[in-house]
Each structure stands twice: as C-alpha cells, then as structure tokens.
Design a protein around this ligand. Sequence first.
Ligand SMILES: NC(=O)C1=CN([C@@H]2O[C@H](COP(=O)(O)OP(=O)(O)OC[C@H]3O[C@@H](n4cnc5c(N)ncnc54)[C@H](O)[C@@H]3O)[C@@H](O)[C@H]2O)[C@@H](O)CC1
Ligand SMILES: Nc1ncnc2c1ncn2[C@@H]1O[C@H](COP(=O)(O)OP(=O)(O)O)[C@@H](O)[C@H]1O
Ligand SMILES: [K+]
Length: 520
Amino acid sequence: MKIFSAAQVREADAYTIEHLPITSLQLMEKAAIQCTQWLETRYSQGYSFHIFCGAGNNGGDGLAITRLLRQLGYEATAYLLQYTDQFSTDNRANQAALHSQETAAIITLQPGDKFPALPEHAILVDAIFGTGMSRPLLGFLAETVQQLNALKDRYTIVSIDLPSGMLADESTKDLLSVQAHHTLSFEVYKLAFLLPENASRTGEVHILPIGLHKDYITQTPTRYELADTALIQSIYKPRQPFSHKGTYGHVLLIAGSYGKLGAAVLSAQACLHAGVGLLTVYVPEAGYNIIQLAAPAAMCLVDDNPQQSVQFHEAVTADGAGKYKTIAIGPGLGTSGDTARAFKKLLQRYRSPMVIDADALNILAAEKQLLDLVPPHSLLTPHPKEFERLFGPSANDVERLEKLAAAARERQLYILLKGRYTAIAGPDGAVYFNATGNAGMATGGSGDVLTGILAGILAQGYAPKDAMVLGAWLHGLAGDLGAAASSQEALLASDMVQYIGKAYQEIAGYATLQHPSKNL
Ligand SMILES: NC(=O)C1=CN([C@@H]2O[C@H](COP(=O)(O)OP(=O)(O)OC[C@H]3O[C@@H](n4cnc5c(N)ncnc54)[C@H](O)[C@@H]3O)[C@@H](O)[C@H]2O)[C@@H](O)CC1
Ligand SMILES: Nc1ncnc2c1ncn2[C@@H]1O[C@H](COP(=O)(O)OP(=O)(O)O)[C@@H](O)[C@H]1O
Ligand SMILES: [K+]
C-alpha cells in the first residue's frame, strides 16, 4: 500500500473528481458516511457527539458527520470555530445542509467563549484541520486544542483524517496537536501514522475507503510504501517439488559468546525454520554442546577460544568463493578487540552480501572505516540506538528516515531499522514499512530471531530487498500468532521461532498446496 504525501492526497482528490462522475461535495459526503458508520458501530445511542469543526474541508467533514449522526437519531452538535470567516465552498454547503436540518445543531465558538459543558457520555470529534494544516496552531486554535487534550482522560477523542495540528509527512514532534484515541483517515496511510514520535497522538488508526480513483493510486510513484498481503504474496516463492537441500543455500551463522549463546541458538533455530537448505553455526568452544543439542539440524564449527569467537574468518577461503551462500554475523557475538579484528578479516575475504546485526553492528560503529568494507547489498538490521551509533543522531523520526534512505543509497546497502513499523531502505532509496508484529516482541532475543530468518530467506535465493520485506513480515506475523496463542506479555523469542511455520502457512495460503492430497 502506497503512502501518499498531503500534496498527493490533494491530487488524488482532484483526479477523482475530474475522472469520475463525482463532485468534491459528494466525495466529502462519502468520507462523512464512512466516519459516521464507524462511529455508529462503536457507540450506542446513549452517547452524544461533540464535533469541533474548522473552516476548511476537514471542518466540512465534521459538519456532514454531525448531520448524518442526527439523522440516525444521535445527539450531535457541531462547534464551528470562528478563527476566520474564510470558509471553503464545501464547508459552507455543509453548514447550509445542517442549518436546513435543524438550526440548533451548529454552535459557533468565538475567541474568549467558554468551552462547552459536556455531559457524561460524550464523544469528542476533532474536525479542525486535516491535510490542509500548514502552520503551527496559535491563539484561539491552540487554546481549543489544549482544552480538548485536557479532557482526554475523561472522554474519547476521535480525529478525522489527522489529529489537528499534525502534519501528514513532516515531523510535528515539537508542535501542539490533538491527542486522539482514534484517527479515522481516508483511503491511504499517511507517513505521520507510522512514526514512533506520534504514537500518543494518533491513537488507533483506522483507514476508511472513500473510492479515490484507482488509476491515480496505481500510477503515482511514492517514496514510502507499507507492505501488505498482496506485496508479500507476490514475493513469496513456494518450494519446488524436485528441489533438494542444495537448492536452498548454505548459511554460516557466526554468533554467541560465553553467557550469550542463547542468541546463537535463537538465530540458528529461526534460520532453520525459515527454510534454509543447510546451516553451519560458528561458536566459541563453550557453545559446542549447546548448539548441537538445541539445533541438531545444524552443523557446528568451534573456535579455539573457549569464550568468544576470534578466528571465524578462517571458516571462509581466502578468495571468498566458499561454500556459504550467505553469512550472518552478530547476535551475542561480543565486541572484544580480537573479535573485531576477525570481523575485519572476514569483511576483506568475503565479498557476497551478508546479514549484519547486533554486536557486529556495534563493531562497525566503533570503527566506522569498516563500513567501507561491508560487501555491497549486505543487509544491516539496527534498532534505533544501533542506527544512531552507526549513522549519527537525528532530531526527529522523519529526519531518521531520510538518513536511513540516504545511507542505503550512498553505501549500496539494505538497511532495516527496527520498530513498531520497521522501515526497510535499499540502494534505490525507496522505503518499505512493515506492519506485522506487536509490543510482545519488545523482549530480549526477538532481534536474534529476525537475523536467523533473514539469513535463511536470503540463502534460498530471494533478492535482498525481497528477503528483507518478506523476512520482517514473517517475523512480525510469527510474533502476532504467538501472542494470539498466549499473550503479548508472555511471548518469548523462542515462541516466535515456533510460529514461523504457521506464519508461512498464512502467507502461502492453502491455494498453493502442491501435494496431491489436496484433491482427496
Ligand atoms: N474533495 C476533497 O478534497 C476531500 C477532502 N476531505 C477532507 O478535507 C481535508 C482537507 O481539507 P482542506 O484542504 O480544506 O484543509 P483543512 O481543512 O485541513 O485546512 C483548511 C485551511 O486551514 C488553513 N490553515 C492551515 N493551518 C492553519 C493554522 N494552523 N491556523 C489557521 N489556519 C490554518 C489553511 O490555509 C487551509 O486553507 C482532508 O483532511 C479531509 O478531511 C474529505 O472530505 C475527502 C474529500
Ligand atoms: N512494539 C513493537 N511492535 C512491533 N514489533 C516490535 C515491537 N518491539 C520490538 N519489535 C520487534 O522486535 C525486534 C527487536 O529486535 P532487537 O531490538 O534487536 O531485540 P534483541 O536485541 O533483544 O533481540 C525487532 O524486529 C522489532 O521490530
Ligand atoms: K482533524
């Protein structure tokens, strides 16, 4: 699903009005009908609705919602904020429609007026500004928004299209905006909804279809995209009946150190469940029995050093053309000087794309020149702190995304920035967001599982970008299925491993089952 900027949303509206038999007022009515239906299924007749309307088309939506709610028998009042007398045409049309229905439904709020008294079961609807927001809220507008926010613990606040004060595709981290419990937005996700800095202000986001023209949506290129099931199914390749373990690649996983061998175990198990053909795990001597017992399907190479791996570069031949399709390095590895030196030698020898995570990223961050040695098209998987260590601090989430895209482009890398909406950037500068996953995955070891999954998928022959997008989806879906089976609190990284199979099953769907038994 493409993520449109505010300017593109306006273009999409205009294109739809030009190419379909629909006026802008009718499009507004469709948006208002969708919002009203959402409110109606959620709140019974005992609730009253208090809709705060601006002078533009967002306010027009609010006025239309007020009228539709009243038609359904709800108590609903529109408060029209008098910060200007320049109303949009469709806003005026909806004021007139509401007046002709019943005059008392609109109350104008002037600067200096007392904030309206609210009954017990009130729902506050914010229809002040949407994608037309162009400057910080000041004076009367700022006071009204502050008064709404002061009520957020007592009443539910529903924002239409965007919480007023928030920009769709720029950071508004330091600006005042409505703090909504729900945001009802139209047709497409906006970048603002995917930024951690906005989490407490958008609340739950619900995207409602309003019938924007499909041609505009399919033909318009966007900088950002949210992965969806259609994209994942287009990437996923079912296994071939005559394939063998050589078909699916050999991964060398370099992970674990004394006290952190669990990271190697989790990565190894995840890599196996992701479908790798063969897996060799390289661990310090202390890890031999652990790996052999915890991942019997994997082979094990052991470093001479008992506690940390310091000569893993020897595992690949000097010309780099070894037997390993993919090398993954980092989970629980440690960052000692000897380990860092071995990593440097490995980077000099092995020139195919690798998966680089955790302590391997920390080694790169400590000695930044090593970044120049990373093979092109490698996959780096930093969390925000690791990203900052590697590429420097960012003033806000939008700047961090721009840094992500720039680093991927300039260094010809695939970089996956972890989070609620993990962001994936490649050398072409496009950024994909992943929507699967839940807060239960905020637990030690879940990143190690992701590293294993990515290496396992990459070795099977997926292109790096596809491996990243599919791997992040699979990882999050395994977490979602695991949490559904128990709870987010109880979810462990090992549960994510156990649910990789079920996650694949969902992606593949029964339609792709090749076995003759499906006809029985
Ligand atoms: N046909 C359409 O264009 C549709 C528009 N829709 C609604 O229309 C919204 C966009 O409407 P508009 O483009 O009228 O924009 P808004 O209603 O978001 O804002 C309107 C005006 O507010 C002014 N403004 C912006 N920031 C301000 C500030 N801080 N202080 C004072 N004034 C400020 C701007 O100059 C702008 O002209 C969408 O978010 C959506 O809710 C929907 O009805 C769907 C159809
Ligand atoms: N709130 C959340 N919602 C969705 N996914 C999450 C959330 N918190 C963490 N995750 C996912 O869990 C993983 C955590 O990785 P990381 O921080 O490296 O953990 P660790 O180093 O403990 O293994 C990432 O893939 C991240 O996207
Ligand atoms: K709004």
